[in-house]
Design a protein. Structure first.
Length: 344
């Protein structure tokens, strides 16, 4: 009888532990705020198509476009995608075939675009560069649009960009005649072709995206260990729930703004326990000197040189969610530039 009671007590204790463990591992965020853990990895190739135009915009501000390493960026895109896909497989994350298909579409289209631009700039563009004494109004306009485009796609999808307006302004703002007319008209042709094609292709992608995917949620749910104090500098932070143990469920903006809010909250001493329903790892990319070494206890997904800045590298690290805030504070103190936090 005594043995039977001991066995029952042991069973009840085991059940209690299992229930407590299940409750602890169950996401706090509601289903509408949860996103697959694989997305922190698979969103990297998308964001590379922000980093690459950003690098081009910086380069074009003081260099001729024929010198930009288009083929190097093609290689970096596919290298990063291969690394991200392999990591999702090794971690046994969801396959998410729809996301892979989307990456393949943007990857192939970018490969074709960069290959064509590289060939054109190295043959035709370089010839008119040699014959031109200085940058034309079209060269300056293209550099301005490249910078504006990068600022736009950090917040909204590329296909929402007003290429039609930029094509119109190209012809109304730069004039029909001036110094170095050969370069001037060659640039008009090249930029008109680029903006016109992207305008039409963007409309097709926009229609296809809206027919296949729902409108994305523009906030990310985060569980913090303590309740964040109101801050007018973080106006989009919303407190959804205060938990019995003192933790808080909040929402902050998604995409580029998530990095801003995460860094601000970390600087206040807050720590994160869950992001978009995930407690495992989150991908972070850093920009650092070429001789910088990542912490030994943080897995490096890959490292790539910044092709137009040989002294710098991009390092993509897998950071446990509950260590993210601590790492952000450490990197800020060390002066390491955080390029992006991939918030699923």
């Amino acid at each position: 009888m005594k043995t039977w009671r001991h066995r029952c007590s042991a069973v009840f204790l085991l059940l209690a532990v299992l229930v407590a463990t299940a409750q602890e591992t169950k996401p706090v965020a509601g289903p509408e705020h949860r996103r697959g853990a694989e997305q922190t990895l698979l969103t990297y190739p998308e964001w590379f198509l922000v980093f690459s135009p950003h690098e081009y915009a910086e380069f074009a501000a003081s260099h001729q476009p024929s010198g930009f390493p288009f083929y190097g960026h093609i290689g970096q895109f596919w290298q990063s995608y291969r690394a991200a896909a392999e990591e999702t497989r090794q971690r046994d994350m969801d396959l998410n075939p729809g996301y892979h298909m989307m990456i393949m579409v943007i990857g192939v289209s970018t490969t074709v675009e960069y290959a064509l631009r590289s060939g054109y700039e190295r043959l035709i563009g370089r010839l008119t560069e040699v014959l031109s004494a200085q940058p034309t109004a079209e060269d300056r306009y293209a550099a301005k649009v490249a910078k504006d485009y990068v600022a736009f796609i950090r917040v909204l999808p590329w296909y929402e960009y007003d290429f039609a307006g930029k094509l119109r302004d190209l012809w109304t703002e730069t004039g029909y005649w001036g110094e170095d007319p050969l370069r001037k008209w060659e640039r008009k042709f090249a930029l008109s072709t680029e903006y016109g094609f992207k305008m039409l292709y963007g409309k097709l992608i926009k229609l296809g995206t809206r027919s296949v995917y729902e409108e994305p949620k523009l906030v990310t749910a985060v569980v913090t260990r303590t309740v964040p104090a109101p801050d007018p500098k973080l106006p989009e932070l919303k407190l959804l729930q205060t938990l019995p143990d003192g933790r808080a469920l909040i929402t902050v903006p998604r995409y580029e703004a998530f990095m801003v809010y995460a860094q601000a909250l970390a600087a206040k001493g807050l720590n994160f326990e869950e992001i978009a329903g995930n407690r495992n790892v989150i991908l972070v990319s850093l920009l650092a000197k070429r001789d910088w070494a990542a912490p030994l206890d943080l897995p490096v997904l890959f490292a790539q040189p910044i092709l137009t800045r040989p002294d710098q590298q991009r390092v993509a690290l897998m950071v446990p969610v509950n260590r993210l805030a601590m790492q952000l504070r450490q990197w800020q103190t060390a002066g390491i530039q955080i390029e992006h936090i991939f918030d699923y």
